[in-house]
Design a protein around this ligand. Structure first.
Ligand code: HEC
Length: 136
Protein backbone atom coordinates (compact mmCIF):
# COMPACT_ATOMS: atom_id res chain seq x y z
CA UNK A 1 0.00 0.00 0.00
CA UNK A 2 2.90 2.33 0.66
CA UNK A 3 3.85 1.79 -2.98
CA UNK A 4 0.69 3.38 -4.36
CA UNK A 5 1.26 6.85 -3.02
CA UNK A 6 4.21 7.79 -5.25
CA UNK A 7 2.19 6.76 -8.29
CA UNK A 8 -0.63 9.03 -7.22
CA UNK A 9 1.74 11.94 -6.67
CA UNK A 10 3.22 11.34 -10.09
CA UNK A 11 -0.22 11.29 -11.71
CA UNK A 12 -1.11 14.56 -10.02
CA UNK A 13 2.14 16.04 -11.26
CA UNK A 14 1.20 15.08 -14.81
CA UNK A 15 -2.21 16.68 -14.45
CA UNK A 16 -0.66 19.83 -13.04
CA UNK A 17 1.85 19.95 -15.88
CA UNK A 18 -0.87 19.46 -18.48
CA UNK A 19 -2.96 22.27 -17.06
CA UNK A 20 -0.25 24.79 -16.45
CA UNK A 21 2.14 23.98 -19.22
CA UNK A 22 4.44 24.26 -16.27
CA UNK A 23 8.06 23.55 -15.75
CA UNK A 24 8.40 19.80 -15.35
CA UNK A 25 7.07 16.73 -13.62
CA UNK A 26 9.54 16.79 -10.77
CA UNK A 27 8.27 16.30 -7.23
CA UNK A 28 5.53 18.80 -6.52
CA UNK A 29 5.19 17.12 -3.10
CA UNK A 30 4.47 19.96 -0.73
CA UNK A 31 5.22 22.97 -2.93
CA UNK A 32 2.21 24.78 -4.27
CA UNK A 33 1.59 24.88 -8.03
CA UNK A 34 1.31 28.66 -7.90
CA UNK A 35 4.82 29.33 -9.11
CA UNK A 36 3.66 30.48 -12.55
CA UNK A 37 4.38 33.98 -13.75
CA UNK A 38 2.83 36.70 -11.67
CA UNK A 39 3.07 39.19 -14.53
CA UNK A 40 0.53 37.68 -16.89
CA UNK A 41 -2.85 37.43 -15.18
CA UNK A 42 -4.41 36.25 -18.43
CA UNK A 43 -2.41 33.05 -18.66
CA UNK A 44 0.92 31.34 -19.03
CA UNK A 45 2.47 33.44 -21.80
CA UNK A 46 4.61 36.55 -21.55
CA UNK A 47 2.47 39.47 -22.71
CA UNK A 48 5.39 41.81 -23.42
CA UNK A 49 7.23 39.21 -25.48
CA UNK A 50 3.96 38.39 -27.21
CA UNK A 51 3.46 42.00 -28.22
CA UNK A 52 6.82 42.02 -30.01
CA UNK A 53 5.93 38.85 -31.87
CA UNK A 54 2.52 40.26 -32.71
CA UNK A 55 4.02 43.42 -34.16
CA UNK A 56 6.56 41.42 -36.16
CA UNK A 57 4.32 38.64 -37.45
CA UNK A 58 0.64 39.43 -37.08
CA UNK A 59 0.23 43.20 -37.30
CA UNK A 60 0.66 43.29 -41.08
CA UNK A 61 -2.69 41.56 -41.46
CA UNK A 62 -4.42 42.31 -38.17
CA UNK A 63 -3.19 45.91 -37.73
CA UNK A 64 -0.90 47.07 -34.93
CA UNK A 65 -3.89 47.69 -32.66
CA UNK A 66 -5.60 44.42 -33.58
CA UNK A 67 -8.54 46.01 -35.37
CA UNK A 68 -7.82 44.18 -38.60
CA UNK A 69 -6.95 45.22 -42.14
CA UNK A 70 -9.68 44.88 -44.73
CA UNK A 71 -8.81 42.18 -47.23
CA UNK A 72 -5.92 40.88 -45.11
CA UNK A 73 -6.97 39.92 -41.61
CA UNK A 74 -10.02 40.19 -39.42
CA UNK A 75 -10.20 42.22 -36.23
CA UNK A 76 -8.96 40.17 -33.31
CA UNK A 77 -9.90 42.86 -30.81
CA UNK A 78 -13.53 42.36 -29.91
CA UNK A 79 -13.53 38.98 -31.63
CA UNK A 80 -16.04 36.49 -30.22
CA UNK A 81 -13.78 33.77 -31.56
CA UNK A 82 -10.85 34.98 -29.46
CA UNK A 83 -13.05 35.55 -26.43
CA UNK A 84 -14.63 32.11 -26.72
CA UNK A 85 -11.47 30.00 -26.84
CA UNK A 86 -9.03 29.12 -24.10
CA UNK A 87 -5.42 30.16 -24.55
CA UNK A 88 -4.50 26.57 -25.40
CA UNK A 89 -7.24 26.40 -28.03
CA UNK A 90 -6.01 29.65 -29.55
CA UNK A 91 -2.45 28.31 -29.65
CA UNK A 92 -3.76 25.29 -31.53
CA UNK A 93 -5.69 27.56 -33.90
CA UNK A 94 -2.73 29.78 -34.70
CA UNK A 95 -0.52 26.78 -35.44
CA UNK A 96 -2.95 25.64 -38.08
CA UNK A 97 -4.42 28.92 -39.29
CA UNK A 98 -7.59 29.03 -41.33
CA UNK A 99 -7.44 28.21 -44.98
CA UNK A 100 -9.76 30.04 -47.40
CA UNK A 101 -11.38 26.64 -48.09
CA UNK A 102 -12.08 26.05 -44.40
CA UNK A 103 -15.85 26.11 -43.72
CA UNK A 104 -15.10 28.31 -40.69
CA UNK A 105 -13.48 30.94 -42.92
CA UNK A 106 -15.52 34.10 -43.01
CA UNK A 107 -13.63 36.37 -45.38
CA UNK A 108 -12.35 34.14 -48.20
CA UNK A 109 -8.83 35.20 -47.22
CA UNK A 110 -6.57 32.68 -45.53
CA UNK A 111 -4.87 32.90 -42.17
CA UNK A 112 -1.52 31.17 -42.74
CA UNK A 113 -0.27 28.61 -40.19
CA UNK A 114 1.67 30.45 -37.45
CA UNK A 115 0.77 33.68 -39.26
CA UNK A 116 3.22 32.64 -41.97
CA UNK A 117 6.18 32.62 -39.61
CA UNK A 118 7.30 28.98 -39.26
CA UNK A 119 10.09 29.95 -36.86
CA UNK A 120 7.63 30.67 -34.03
CA UNK A 121 7.90 28.10 -31.24
CA UNK A 122 4.97 26.89 -29.17
CA UNK A 123 6.11 29.17 -26.40
CA UNK A 124 6.27 32.16 -28.78
CA UNK A 125 2.71 31.40 -29.82
CA UNK A 126 1.61 31.12 -26.19
CA UNK A 127 3.10 34.58 -25.65
CA UNK A 128 1.21 36.02 -28.63
CA UNK A 129 -1.99 34.43 -27.39
CA UNK A 130 -1.54 36.00 -23.97
CA UNK A 131 -0.98 39.32 -25.71
CA UNK A 132 -4.10 39.14 -27.88
CA UNK A 133 -6.15 38.04 -24.87
CA UNK A 134 -4.75 41.04 -23.00
CA UNK A 135 -5.91 43.54 -25.65
CA UNK A 136 -9.36 42.00 -25.90
C1 HEC B 1 -1.22 36.98 -44.09
C2 HEC B 1 -2.18 37.60 -43.19
C3 HEC B 1 -2.28 37.12 -41.77
C4 HEC B 1 -1.27 37.03 -40.83
C5 HEC B 1 0.21 37.36 -41.00
C6 HEC B 1 -1.91 36.61 -39.61
N1 HEC B 1 -3.24 36.41 -39.81
FE1 HEC B 1 -4.60 35.90 -38.39
N2 HEC B 1 -6.04 35.87 -39.80
C7 HEC B 1 -5.88 36.25 -41.11
C8 HEC B 1 -7.16 36.13 -41.80
C9 HEC B 1 -7.42 36.45 -43.25
C10 HEC B 1 -8.09 35.69 -40.84
C11 HEC B 1 -9.58 35.44 -41.02
C12 HEC B 1 -9.89 34.17 -41.78
C13 HEC B 1 -11.38 34.08 -41.99
O1 HEC B 1 -11.86 34.65 -42.97
O2 HEC B 1 -12.08 33.49 -41.17
C14 HEC B 1 -7.35 35.53 -39.59
C15 HEC B 1 -7.92 35.13 -38.41
C16 HEC B 1 -7.28 35.14 -37.20
C17 HEC B 1 -7.92 34.85 -35.95
C18 HEC B 1 -9.37 34.47 -35.75
C19 HEC B 1 -10.22 35.72 -35.65
C20 HEC B 1 -11.70 35.42 -35.68
O3 HEC B 1 -12.46 36.22 -35.11
O4 HEC B 1 -12.12 34.42 -36.28
C21 HEC B 1 -6.96 34.99 -34.99
C22 HEC B 1 -7.15 34.79 -33.49
C23 HEC B 1 -5.74 35.35 -35.65
N3 HEC B 1 -5.96 35.43 -36.98
C24 HEC B 1 -4.55 35.55 -34.99
C25 HEC B 1 -3.35 35.80 -35.65
C26 HEC B 1 -2.08 35.88 -34.98
C27 HEC B 1 -1.88 35.76 -33.49
C28 HEC B 1 -1.15 36.10 -35.94
C29 HEC B 1 0.35 36.22 -35.75
C30 HEC B 1 1.02 35.07 -35.18
C31 HEC B 1 -1.84 36.17 -37.21
N4 HEC B 1 -3.16 35.98 -36.99
C32 HEC B 1 -1.22 36.42 -38.43
C33 HEC B 1 -4.73 36.65 -41.72
C34 HEC B 1 -3.50 36.72 -41.12
Amino acid sequence: MAKKLPMLVFALALVAAACGGGSSTETPATTSPAEQSTEAPSGGGDVAAGEKIYVGTCAACHAPDGTGVTGLGKPIVGSDFVAGLSEQELVDFIKVGRDPGDPANTTGVGMPPKGGNPSLSDSDIADVVSYIKSIN
